[in-house]
Design a protein around this ligand. Structure first.
Ligand code: ZN
Length: 411
């Protein structure tokens, strides 16, 4: 979620980092999407289980065993996070279907986040990606309600879902009732028209469609986001005054994060208007030196790293197609005796997966600004439609194009 703002090209460490990507604990991969949990998530998990076990003791009424409320709390918490994951997968799969790669899905302190590799390029795509998550959440609430009503009847289930205590309802309907209501809360919250929330992205898509101007639509939605963020911070303060410390702090921090995210979107849209109409090809240095994948490491040192002094080079196949980057530090760490025998192909950081070190030369410059690799590596390789290296887009060239007040967009 947070991009590096380091302006010095420090590609050496970064190329190696590309393999592991973001921090946190990887849970699993699905269709190439890495699903991970941030360490802050465990804190939420603990809070939810702690709060829910009390809730279930209440709902199940007297006469329940000591263990059952804890068990239900654990199951509910896991189902809740599964719902959030499904919500994020809704966004991610629609994005993928529209040709936008997904860097990963992370669960953290404030729910889930699906990180897109680049911004959407039309209001229609923006709308479909934004609406997919809430639709999944709505479907989950609907399914829970349907099963719950089938099990207990509408009146009993309504009482369970509205969390009226001591309903002496069965364990399964109680869990379904809680899950339905929490998903409806998630739905309502996400549909508030405040960028970067889903509702804000929908508002952005509508404004974009109406005006034809993405940058001004983003600013409009982000201003709404900032207003909502201040409302949340105000509510947080009120909760604090009323003695609800956990809730107050949570709302305050959530408001703070939404506000900085909305502010960053405004800054980014200003940069976007500045680089409108400029393509990667306009700014790249054409015909950069590249190392053949079949070369020996000794050749890479003698013919490339030593004479040029660059921290990394692009590696290509015999047709000139981009394969990955070779970092100087990697080569320097190989024992000298092996330099004559080891191949470049076996030591490069391969492109693909979570690392995207190349960009199409005809792509708008704005796409390059979305790439966290640009500041991190200090440059991106520009390729033609067949993937052949045609240029090198350096972060310095991009910064120069934005003028003296050019600010690196926060992501
Ligand atoms: Zn969402």
């Amino acid at each position: 979620m947070v991009g590096s703002r380091d302006r010095r090209p420090s590609p050496v460490r970064s190329v190696a980092m590309g393999a592991t990507g973001q921090g946190g604990l990887t849970l699993f991969r699905f269709r190439g999407i890495r699903v991970s949990v941030d360490y802050s998530w465990f804190f939420v998990l603990f809070l939810v289980i702690w709060w829910l076990s009390g809730f279930y003791r209440d709902v199940l009424g007297p006469g329940t065993s000591d263990l059952l409320p804890y068990l239900l709390a654990l199951v509910s918490a896991l189902l809740f996070f599964a719902s959030i994951l499904l919500h994020e997968f809704g966004h991610a799969l629609v994005a993928l279907r529209n040709g936008i790669g997904i860097d990963g899905i992370t669960l953290w302190l404030f729910g889930g986040v699906a990180r897109m590799e680049r911004d959407t390029d039309s209001p229609g795509v923006e709308f479909r990606v934004a609406v997919a998550g809430p639709l999944v959440t709505l479907a989950i609430a609907f399914i829970c309600t349907a099963i719950g009503v089938a099990l207990t009847g509408p009146e009993e289930f309504r009482r369970a879902a509205l969390t009226e205590g001591n309903t002496a309802i069965g364990a399964v309907p109680a869990v379904l009732g809680w899950l339905a209501s929490i998903n409806i809360l998630v739905l309502i919250f996400n549909l508030v028209p405040a960028f970067p929330l889903d509702g804000g992205r929908i508002a952005r898509a509508i404004a974009w469609k109406k005006t034809g101007n993405r940058a001004s639509a983003t600013r409009f939605a982000a201003r709404l986001g900032q207003i909502f963020a201040y409302v949340l911070m105000g509510l947080g303060l009120l909760s604090l005054i009323n003695g609800n410390v956990v809730g107050g702090v949570w709302l305050g921090v959530l408001g703070f994060i939404l506000n900085s995210s909305a502010k960053a979107a405004v800054a980014q849209s200003k940069v976007a208007s500045k680089v409108e109409g400029i393509s990667v090809a306009d700014l790249m240095d054409p015909g950069p030196p590249v190392i053949p994948a079949s070369a020996k490491l000794a050749t890479a040192l003698d013919d490339f790293f030593n004479p040029y002094g660059w921290p990394w080079f692009a590696v290509t196949d015999p047709d000139g197609r981009f394969l990955g980057l070779l970092a100087e530090e990697t080569v320097r760490n190989v024992p000298p005796a092996q330099l004559e025998t080891e191949l470049v192909a076996d030591h490069m950081a391969a492109d693909g997966g979570e690392a995207h070190m190349a960009i199409k030369a005809e792509a708008p410059l704005e796409d390059a600004l979305d790439r966290e690799e640009l500041p991190r590596l200090g440059g991106l390789m520009a390729v033609d439609s067949d993937g052949r290296v045609v240029g090198l887009l350096t972060a310095q060239a991009v910064q120069r194009s934005m003028g003296a007040d050019g600010q690196w967009p926060a992501v």
